[in-house]
Write a protein that binds this ligand. Structure first.
Ligand SMILES: *[C@@H]1O[C@H](CO)[C@@H](O)[C@H](O)[C@H]1NC(C)=O
Ligand SMILES: *[C@@H]1O[C@H](CO)[C@@H](O)[C@H](O)[C@H]1NC(C)=O
Ligand SMILES: *[C@@H]1O[C@H](CO)[C@@H](O)[C@H](O)[C@H]1NC(C)=O
Ligand SMILES: *[C@@H]1O[C@H](CO)[C@@H](O)[C@H](O)[C@H]1NC(C)=O
Ligand SMILES: *[C@@H]1O[C@H](CO)[C@@H](O)[C@H](O)[C@H]1NC(C)=O
Ligand SMILES: *[C@@H]1O[C@H](CO)[C@@H](O)[C@H](O)[C@H]1NC(C)=O
Ligand SMILES: *[C@@H]1O[C@H](CO)[C@@H](O)[C@H](O)[C@H]1NC(C)=O
Length: 501
């Protein structure tokens, strides 16, 4: 990355932190200058009607998908993520993390939350049914109270609190977690990392209610588009929603595909809710191609002025969650030599940050031109932190034996926010379409304990600890569950009663 600060091992911890964030940053970015919660909340969707009768299962159609065997190579992604990651994230960074762990949790936060809860409770007690809300009075009132509790609350500033009701689904209970994220199944011995809930300072996230989430999805498609970090999130949402099905067989991949890293698209139908949850692999969101060079070899290119072929699916989805990031660290991407294209022009060299900006602008322009704000809802999920210590993915970089999150939010590591996120913020701010930033960077910064580490394969052994660790994806159940809880909170905010518009 051209704008990564050079790191020397004796720099202070702020510098290390900044570097770490920049390295990780690749995964995505999106920020809107508008405060998230102050955006218009209305008219994205019609109100939910939980009493709707269960429709008959839709016919399994839409079978046209092509396998993409080499598409999502975990190893090379790990390499691309880690290759430029600071070779030596040394003592300073580790000390910063450890010191932060020792500090107390912000007690004021819990206090503020109590007041919010109290206010919400008193509102329940005192409010009379609002005629404008129509017939489903109690449902809607419950919903309004939930929504009011979230108003004026920054969902992304908070801390992880211990909660023995977590995880939301049991490890090993969900067949949609693929091996790479199945840490318990791969022998991870500690389990405390499963018992943390994300708690915004000013409010509590609504308890995840899978049935309610599915009701909100009724008749809709939810699509996740991005790299394998989004597959991580996709598997999480499948497992979370599955909890809402009394009969777990009422959910299926329409072609019977099992989730693996080798396939680039999935469509899961929830038969009793007439909705689908889909995944489309897209490393860059813009179009990958190839050219034949003077020696007759085929070389990869990236057309930063055209969206990816998965955009056909973007149009048809009701709710879309995008990300892109890790692959912008890949060597060919970061070198930018004879790689980026605009029209027929192949840049002999283009700086990766500039290329990233133009690609995101292409993405934003496409959304502005093709999606309908009154029918579709777009999230951009922000950069998810990696926590490699002491080396790269292939040189002993480690998050092994991390068993607790950082429990204090004053540390430079936790506060770090990748400089390149600015690009995303700018792009989103310049768009007509109100893209919602799932600003998860900070909450992931805390979770050095949440990665698969050596438990990325069932054959993990002591010797593999020294070889390759995955400190960028997340164990499931785990951190991506919180991202999906945040989507749920967003849907509650976004699906007001009809007279709110
Ligand atoms: C906030 O904390 C203070 C001191 O701990 C306590 O006296 C007060 O009752 C708390 N307020 C609420 C609303 O919990
Ligand atoms: C979950 O949502 C469903 C459907 O809206 C509702 O009937 C149920 O009471 C909710 N469960 C909880 C625990 O709130
Ligand atoms: C299912 O949802 C689609 C929209 O995605 C709608 O056109 C169709 O009528 C719904 N089917 C039933 C049986 O409700
Ligand atoms: C967006 O969708 C709404 C509701 O279906 C429709 O009335 C409107 O014409 C659409 N806008 C555009 C630009 O297609
Ligand atoms: C990191 O840098 C320090 C200071 O230069 C050095 O002593 C240490 O061996 C390095 N560690 C690794 C893992 O490279
Ligand atoms: C996202 O969170 C970071 C802290 O990690 C904060 O600095 C930034 O302003 C937030 N962005 C938005 C749009 O709220
Ligand atoms: C790793 O080594 C420790 C002792 O060094 C042993 O107790 C443990 O069972 C080993 N784990 C695996 C997965 O082989």
């Amino acid at each position: 990355m051209a704008d990564s600060p050079p790191i020397s091992s004796d720099k202070n911890r702020y510098t290390l932190t900044l570097f770490l964030s920049v390295s990780l940053f690749l995964s995505v970015v999106f920020l809107s200058n508008r405060r998230y919660l102050q955006q218009s909340l209305d008219d994205f969707f019609p109100p939910v009607h939980p009493q709707t009768l269960t429709p008959p299962p839709p016919p399994p159609s839409l079978l046209l998908r092509k396998p993409n065997p080499a598409a999502d190579d975990e190893e090379s992604e790990a390499r691309s993520v880690a290759a430029d990651v600071k070779k030596n994230i040394t003592a300073a960074a580790i000390v910063a993390v450890e010191a932060a762990v020792l500090k107390d949790v912000d007690s004021g936060a819990a206090n503020r939350s109590d007041s919010a809860a109290a206010a919400a409770a008193s509102e329940i007690a005192s409010s009379s049914p609002d005629a404008g809300f129509g017939s489903g009075g109690r449902e809607e009132e419950r919903e309004r109270v939930m929504r009011d509790g979230l108003n004026d609350c920054d969902l992304y500033m908070g801390s992880w609190v211990r909660d023995d009701d977590y995880p939301i689904y049991k490890p090993g209970s969900c067949e949609y977690v693929d091996e790479a994220f199945d840490c318990q199944g791969n022998g991870r011995p500690d389990a405390d990392y499963l018992r943390w809930r994300w708690k915004p300072h000013g409010c509590d996230l609504p308890r995840f209610n899978a049935t309610d989430f599915l009701e909100r999805l009724r008749g809709k498609k939810l699509l996740l588009v991005g790299d394998s970090m989004n597959r991580n999130q996709f598997e999480s949402i499948l497992c979370l929603l599955r909890e809402g099905l009394p009969d777990k067989t009422r959910m299926l991949e329409i072609s019977g595909h099992k989730i693996t890293k080798g396939r680039g698209s999935y469509i899961f139908k929830f038969l009793d809710f007439n909705c689908s949850v889909e995944y489309a692999l897209s490393h860059y969101l813009v179009k990958e191609g190839s050219r034949v060079n003077g020696q007759g070899n085929s070389n990869p290119t990236l057309s930063i002025d055209q969206v990816d072929k998965t955009s056909k699916k973007w149009k048809r989805a009701d709710i879309i969650v995008f990300n892109t990031g890790h692959w912008w660290r890949h060597r060919k991407t970061s070198r930018g030599v004879n790689y980026y294209k605009e029209g027929d022009y192949l840049y002999p060299h283009l700086d990766v940050t500039e290329a990233y900006r133009r690609a995101l602008q292409t993405w934003g322009r496409w959304i502005d031109q093709n999606l309908n704000t009154s029918k579709q809802l777009v999230f951009y999920r922000g950069y998810s932190s990696a926590h490699f210590r002491g080396g790269d993915w292939d040189s002993g970089g480690s998050c092994y034996n991390e068993k607790e999150p950082v429990l204090n939010d004053d540390g430079a590591i936790v506060n770090s926010y990748p400089a390149k996120m600015k690009v995303v913020e700018e792009v989103i701010a310049g768009m007509k379409f109100p893209v919602r930033l799932l600003n998860v960077t900070r909450l992931t910064n805390f979770r050095k304990d949440g990665h698969p580490s050596v438990y990325r394969k069932s054959s993990s052994t002591n010797s593999s600890i020294k070889v390759v660790q995955d400190c960028s994806h997340w164990c499931l159940p785990g951190v991506p569950d919180a991202w999906n809880e945040l989507i749920y909170a967003n849907l509650i905010l976004k699906l007001p009663s009809s007279n709110d518009t």
